[in-house]
Unconditional design. Structure first.
Length: 476
């Protein structure tokens, strides 16, 4: 009995201490930080390490971005009231309204705040290419079947080309709607996507992922049986449909999910139901590799953030960083990518895109990429730029012919690559982040801010490059 009384007394004392240390103003700060996409832990009024870290990252990222938040000292219990009032006031400003939008799932604070401050008269830097409106009127495609292991027969497979053109047009329109703040355009895009969702777009395509989130690579889901890659591949059908869907979902979350939610309630519901069905096609990410949105990490991270699973998303992003560091060599070459024969330059290029976008996802989640990862990235970009000037530089890697062939020359369009509609967002993100480096300056001279790659990115789902150009120039 005596031991029970002592233990009970300890628990009572612990509870009393906890109650005494709880602070309503701290709870207010925690609630606001969570609304803005940060991770302060539960709104329990206790300024623990997670709360302090979230407040520090928030203050650092918002430095110079909002007068309301200027001069805030490090968060403490005795100044929590000042923090609470500042955050409450800031919540009504364009910057913080943008920060609390779903766009924070993909765009870091500094980019969002620059976007909020930019004029919205035209969003000229994000103007999509003319003449693509027809693609948005395409009949929804339910099934893709017939792609080969090289996935180079898209134009001959029923519906595949139409799906790609639809995704490209939707990508450009969505980013323009976000940059310009065009609410009517957003409503139209929601209606268009809801039409595809109600038709079960892409969902009749074979799935190569089981109910446990594991990948099936046998039977119809096999690939690369023919050394030339001409074999029909259910795996390529499945991944093509899945990652087109992943891009559409990202565009929806980032640009459209908080638009006219009452007016277009049924449309949003249809899209959300489609997203739920589509998400069951996602492999559980267990291994980091280049391709397929960093080994399936991107769509899972965005889904986690959209569902409020911030801690889980952060853990995945840290795993992603560690994996990338293992795959980027000290000389800037990329494992199993810079070795891809006559497509080595293209695979190296798309891999840089995955590195850069992954780092932006980290920043959006409040994680600063390591200096080591940045150093490896700069080496990879330098190698890419050198190969643009002299493709023979890649020979020592390309000759390894990883899952490929090599005829002694790169299969690469040296004239039109800045206007690529696939994986080109990084061409604009990198100069924004690293414009002070020689690699950043050279890339900026090679790639115009109004290049097609700035507004259309089928791999990512949105041409986010133009958003970074808006942030860099301060013009909409």
């Amino acid at each position: 009995m005596r031991l029970r009384a002592i233990v009970g007394g300890i628990f009572a004392l612990s509870a009393a201490v906890g109650l005494a240390s709880a602070n309503d103003d701290i709870a207010c700060v925690q609630q606001r930080l969570a609304e803005f996409g940060y991770d302060p832990g539960p709104a329990d009024g206790i300024p623990g390490r997670r709360t302090q870290a979230a407040a520090h990252v928030f203050a650092e990222q918002m430095a110079g971005k909002s007068d309301i938040l200027a001069g805030l000292d490090a968060l403490k219990e005795d100044n929590a009231g000042v923090w609470c009032q500042a955050l409450t006031n800031a919540a009504a400003t364009p910057i913080l309204k943008t920060l609390s939008s779903p766009a924070r799932y993909l765009l870091p604070t500094d980019v969002l705040s620059a976007l909020a401050n930019a004029p919205k008269k035209s969003g000229a830097l994000c103007q999509p290419a003319a003449g693509q409106e027809w693609a948005l009127a395409n009949v929804p495609v339910k099934k893709i079947s017939g792609l080969n292991s090289r996935q180079d027969n898209v134009r001959s497979v029923d519906g595949a080309w139409e799906v790609e053109k639809f995704a490209g047009a939707f990508s450009g329109e969505a980013v323009y709607a976000l940059a310009s703040g065009d609410e009517e355009r957003k409503r139209k895009l929601i209606t268009v996507l809801a039409r595809w969702a109600r038709e079960g777009a892409l969902l009749e395509t074979i799935s190569c992922v089981d109910r446990g989130g594991n990948l099936n690579t046998s039977g119809k889901c096999s690939e690369w049986r023919d050394p030339e890659g001409r074999d029909p591949s259910g795996m390529k059908d499945a991944t093509f449909a899945t990652f087109i869907g992943a891009g559409l979902v990202r565009a929806y979350y980032v640009a459209l999910a908080d638009t006219a939610t009452e007016e277009l309630r049924s449309e949003h519901a249809a899209i959300q139901q489609w997203i739920g069905q589509w998400s069951r096609r996602l492999k559980r990410p267990t291994q980091v590799y280049f391709g397929l949105n960093m080994g399936w990490y991107w769509p899972t991270v965005v889904n986690d953030l959209a569902a409020g699973r911030k801690n889980q998303a952060v853990r995945r992003l840290k795993d992603l960083e560690a994996g990338m560091l293992r795959l980027i060599n000290a000389d800037g070459s990329i494992v199993d990518r810079t070795t891809r024969g006559d497509r080595a330059l293209w695979y190296h290029y798309t891999s840089i895109g995955e590195i850069v976008v992954s780092m932006e996802l980290m920043r959006a989640a409040g994680i600063a990429p390591s200096g080591r990862l940045e150093e490896r990235l700069h080496k990879a970009v330098a190698l890419f730029l050198a190969a643009i000037d002299d493709e023979s530089i890649l020979d020592k890697w390309a000759r390894q012919r990883r899952n490929s062939r090599y005829a002694g020359k790169q299969d690469w369009n040296f004239q039109s690559w800045p206007n690529s509609d696939f994986a080109g967002s990084w061409l604009h993100i990198y100069p924004y982040r690293y414009g002070g480096l020689e690699t950043g300056r050279k890339l900026r001279t090679l790639v115009p801010v109004k290049a097609q790659s700035a507004v259309t990115d089928i791999d990512l789902g949105m041409g986010l490059g133009c958003i970074y150009n808006v942030a860099a120039t301060g013009s909409g």
